[in-house]
Design a protein around this ligand. Structure first.
Ligand SMILES: [Zn+2]
Length: 192
C-alpha cells in the first residue's frame, strides 16, 4: 500500500492539521529518516504552502492547531510545534506551546530544523562594513556586478531599494535593479 493510501486511512482523508478535505498532499516532515508514513502527514495545499513559505503565513489559519496539536501522531505534533513556534509572537501560540507535551524524541525531531530558536541564532546579513541588513533596507552597490543570466551589469553606486534577505544564506540578499530582480552578495553592498 502506498504511503498516501496509508495516510488517507490514518486521517480519514482530512488535512491532519486543519481538517480540510480539499487538495490533500503528502508532506514529508523534514528531516526525514525512516522514509515511511511515520515521517509524513497528509495536509491540504493551504497548510503545506504556508509551512514551506514563511512569508505567506496567515496566523489565523493556524488556530486549527488548537485541536491538531493534541494528535497522537508524532509527525503532526512536530509540525504543530514548529508552526506554533514560528507564530509565537502572536501570543496565543505561546499559550498553546506552554501546555503542549512532546516526548523527548519527538521534541528533538521538532527542533531539528531550527524553528523556535532564539533570534540570536538566526542568520544575520551584514553589509561590507558589518552593518546589519534588514528586509526593506536600501543599499548601494560598491562595485560593478554582472547580473547572472543576463548581459546586464549593475553599476557601482546603483541604489537598490527595499531589499529582501535570503533566509538560508547570510551572504545573499535580493533586490530590484531597473526592472530586474537580482541576487546580490552582501559584501558588495553598503547600507544607505
Ligand atoms: Zn490544512
Amino acid at each position: 500500500m502506498s504511503i498516501e493510501r496509508k495516510l488517507q486511512q490514518r486521517c480519514e482523508s482530512k488535512c491532519e492539521l486543519c481538517a480540510s478535505s480539499e487538495h490533500l498532499k503528502v508532506y514529508q516532515v523534514p528531516p526525514t529518516s525512516k522514509g515511511n508514513e511515520d515521517d509524513c502527514l497528509l495536509a491540504c495545499e493551504t497548510c503545506i504552502n504556508q509551512i514551506e513559505n514563511p512569508d505567506t503565513v496567515d496566523a489565523n489559519h493556524w488556530r486549527c492547531l488548537n485541536d491538531s496539536m493534541w494528535s497522537v501522531i508524532p509527525a503532526v505534533q512536530v509540525v504543530a510545534w514548529r508552526m506554533l513556534n514560528r507564530l509565537k509572537k502572536e501570543g496565543w501560540p505561546q499559550d498553546l506551546l506552554d501546555i503542549m507535551y512532546l516526548d523527548e524524541d519527538t521534541l528533538k525531531w521538532a527542533e531539528a530544523t531550527g524553528e523556535g530558536e532564539d533570534d540570536s541564532n538566526k542568520i544575520v546579513h551584514r553589509d561590507v562594513n558589518g552593518v546589519i541588513l534588514n528586509a526593506g533596507d536600501s543599499v548601494v552597490l560598491i562595485k560593478d556586478l554582472k547580473v547572472k543570466g543576463s548581459s546586464m551589469v549593475a553599476k557601482q553606486g546603483t541604489a537598490v531599494r527595499r531589499i529582501s534577505l535570503d533566509r538560508e544564506n547570510a551572504e545573499y540578499i535580493e533586490g530590484r535593479v531597473g526592472a530586474q530582480q537580482i541576487v546580490i552578495i552582501t559584501k558588495y553592498v553598503k547600507k544607505i
